[in-house]
Design a protein around this ligand. Structure first.
Ligand code: BF8
Ligand code: SF4
Length: 625
């Protein structure tokens, strides 16, 4: 297979070529050699009990049922529900970890970190009706902790963040019985209801699927974003380089790849430690070069302008440079094969979280109460490796320089002129038609699609049609590498959007951060509704979402919470759905008639754009604008 069919990222292409020369297999090679199972691809098999596994006929889905009698709709809906449960569990476990760190920081059990954004702490407390007047910050913080813990552990009642949902949207959830209680409860019930012989009605299952996903978007993920902002600072625009060219031949290169900000935040402290810097210089390096990858990298890129080496499909490829002196990881999206590829290039590969060990890999546990112990040890390992680096180093030059770090607070500020400003100018520009609508383009890269291609082509087409694009996750990195996240990209936008961008001095593509930061898009949508003029629910907004190359169960959970919140959400390249089923019709058509969003599917980026723009125009027409 030609390298140009695997990726449009020049640096990754260069490294695939080098890996082939070096005789090192990458996941791109396996994706080309291993055909996806056609039954599994359509989610038409069930292994929820040992009477099966039962396989349905994807070409004629109603011609048989499972041994227990489960129909294709039950089977596909149950599989979908379990994907949502897994994705929600990932985001909420991460969020709960951040909340625990917050508790330890306010209680003085962790002294390496402190609250960086007390304003945001007050803002979130006020939004949840916690009294702030005349009280010590610590008291408010403790109350906030207790309130937010309910997001995860509450057994009954509505989770706290429901106070931020537009009233009419919340009303529709109450009517449907899908307001989340606590994430643990919803995930537990989802797993129970999808076991053999429990919920065998796809419409009823869909309700719990939505309820579980909402516990992620408006729960686990949202709390994670807010607490991370409070602890490490709310992002504001910062110019950063993204791409493998951020590796430096003459420095000790350390890559942090994963999702929970604590590892990277601790590493930032260790990499700046004068003793360790001295040690690096004594080893012959010009310094320590800390680099992020994937989502925690996006967090640090948004908050601190830390350079970033690229997205999910490049994490093996970056090791092929030979210039990585250590790669350390925490949880999620860590390919097991990184260990073997790292070994091929003598790069220390270190796991740091007891929840995510890799067989045979070196594990240095990060202790939340003393995180620097772990990160200092990793820096020393990297310096040692620098000293013995081989000669076959090849660093691709290319990087994309862009602006990132657009929190919803900053969008407020940028458009409204002050942090207490409003979304009114955004709404006005949508009403007067300069901005046609808003699109979220997010999610993974996948070796079964040409890396970055759909992300970039879709975004180009959207901005050309005056659609303002909000981004997170690996998609944001695809656009960053392609150089579309700078103000210069306004030249590629349609005349209306370009005018707004030039007046405000913003790019037409706004990077909001990691995948849990998709919650920033929910809050932005909620603010647009509350500001007025664009309908009463999120479903009324001229907006749409897309994950062109998704691969993780987390993406399915995100898609479902956007759909349940009222957004038309398109996924690309594959969808875990048997075509021609009632469940498909339910997700792709019927949910919209009940006032929710709906799912969509398209393979080609121009088709994705066409569907999104048509939806935006439909919503504009309904609003009479
Ligand atoms: O949470 S976009 S490949 S790195 S799952 Fe993973 Fe997908 Fe990237 Fe971050 Ni999100
Ligand atoms: Fe087959 Fe039903 Fe068991 Fe699934 S739950 S494996 S469909 S018998």
């Amino acid at each position: 297979i030609n390298v140009s069919d695997l990726t449009t990222c020049e640096a990754t292409a260069q490294m695939i070529t080098k890996a082939r020369k070096d005789g090192v297999e990458l996941f791109f090679d396996r994706a080309s050699n291993m055909k996806a199972c056609p039954i599994g691809a359509e989610s038409a098999c069930c292994k929820h009990c040992s009477m099966g596994p039962c396989r349905m006929n994807v070409n004629s889905p109603y011609d048989r049922v499972g041994i227990c009698g489960a129909t294709i709709d039950t089977i596909v809906a149950r599989n979908f529900g379990r994907m949502v449960a897994a994705g929600t569990a990932a985001h909420t476990d991460h969020g709960m970890g951040m909340l625990e760190l917050f508790r330890d920081v306010i209680n003085g059990k962790n002294t390496d970190f402190k609250i960086q954004d007390p304003m945001k702490l007050l803002e979130v407390a006020k939004a949840l009706d916690i009294v702030t007047e005349g009280r010590e910050l610590k008291e408010i913080a403790l109350d906030l902790y207790a309130e937010l813990e309910k997001t995860y552990t509450q057994v009954d009642g509505e989770i706290p963040m429901m106070k931020r949902v537009p009233p009419k949207t919340l009303e529709s959830w109450r009517k449907e019985g899908i307001v989340p209680r606590g994430a643990m409860r919803e995930i537990m019930e989802m797993m129970h209801r999808t076991a053999i012989g429990v919920d065998q009605d796809y419409e009823n299952l869909t309700k719990q699927i939505s309820r579980t996903a909402l516990a992620d978007g408006w729960g686990g993920s949202m709390v994670s974003t807010d607490i991370t902002d409070i602890l490490f600072g709310t992002p504001s625009p910062v110019e950063v380089e993204v791409g493998m060219g951020v590796l430096k031949e003459d420095k000790v290169n350390i890559i942090v790849h994963g999702h929970e900000p604590i590892l990277l935040e601790a590493m930032i402290i260790s990499a700046a430690d004068p003793e360790l810097k001295k040690m690096a210089i004594e080893a012959g390096a010009k310094g320590i070069n800390l680099i992020g990858m994937c989502c925690s990298g996006l967090d640090a890129l948004s908050r601190h302008g830390l350079p970033h080496a690229g997205n999910f499909s490049s994490t093996e490829a970056v090791l092929v440079t030979g210039a990585v002196d250590a790669m350390c990881v925490d949880v999620q999206c860590i390919k097991q094969d990184l260990k073997r590829v790292a070994e091929c290039y003598d790069t220390p590969f270190i796991t740091t979280n007891y929840r995510a060990k890799i067989e045979g890999a070196l594990h240095i546990q990060l202790d939340e109460h003393d995180p620097l112990k772990c990160t200092e040890e990793i820096v020393i390992k990297a310096i040692t490796r620098f000293k013995t680096r081989g000669k076959t180093i090849e660093i691709p030059r290319k990087t994309g320089l862009g602006v990132h770090g657009f929190s919803y607070e900053y969008i407020n500020y940028m458009l409204g002129g002050s942090f207490r400003g409003s979304y009114k100018p955004l709404n006005e520009n949508i009403i007067n038609g300069r901005i046609r609508g808003v699109a979220g383009v997010v999610g993974c890269t996948n070796p079964r699609s040409k890396q970055d291609f759909s992300h970039v082509e879709l975004v180009k087409e959207l901005i050309r049609n005056d659609v303002l694009v909000l981004q997170t996750g690996c998609s944001q990195l695809a656009l960053a590498k392609a150089g579309l996240t700078g103000p210069g990209a306004a030249a590629m936008a349609g005349p209306g959007l370009a005018e707004v961008c030039e007046t405000v001095g913003m790019p037409p593509v706004l990077g909001l951060g990691s995948c849990v930061d998709n919650s920033r898009i929910l809050i932005a949508a909620s603010k647009m509704v509350r500001t007025g003029g664009l309908g009463e629910t999120i479903a009324d907004l001229p907006a749409a979402g897309c994950a062109p190359e998704w691969m993780s169960e987390k993406a399915i959970a995100i898609g479902q919470y956007f759909v349940a919140s009222g957004v038309y959400t398109i996924f690309g390249h594959t969808f875990p759905m048997t075509k021609g089923t009632k469940f498909e019709k339910h997700l792709f058509e019927e949910l919209e008639t009940k006032g929710f969003g709906k799912w969509g599917f398209a393979d080609d980026p121009l088709e994705m754009a066409r569907l999104m723009i048509a939806h935006i125009d439909k919503k504009r027409q309904a609003l009479g604008i």
